[in-house]
Write a new protein. Structure first.
Length: 75
């Protein structure tokens, strides 16, 4: 997984991994969730990828728009 830049300094996200049709997001709790095109919607996944690579806004976006739209908890 790639370390999340956390440009704001107070994000709940610590790392992510991007795939073709999914993104894994690791939170400060250590929990990793998989969000997929089918569970969260392809436009949301693409937006999440953009925020992840920018290092800012990912946690807020998930809380506001995706919330429990994960396909599975990996860890």
């Amino acid at each position: 997984m790639e370390r999340y830049a956390n440009r704001s300094g107070n994000s709940g996200v610590v790392a992510y991994q991007i795939g073709t049709d999914y993104i894994w997001v690791q939170f400060t709790s250590g929990t990793i969730y998989e969000y997929t095109n089918s569970s969260a919607g392809s436009s949301n996944i693409e937006t999440m990828k953009t925020y992840a690579q920018a290092g800012s806004g990912l946690c807020s976006f998930i809380k506001r728009y995706v919330n429990k739209g994960y396909s599975r908890q990996i860890r």
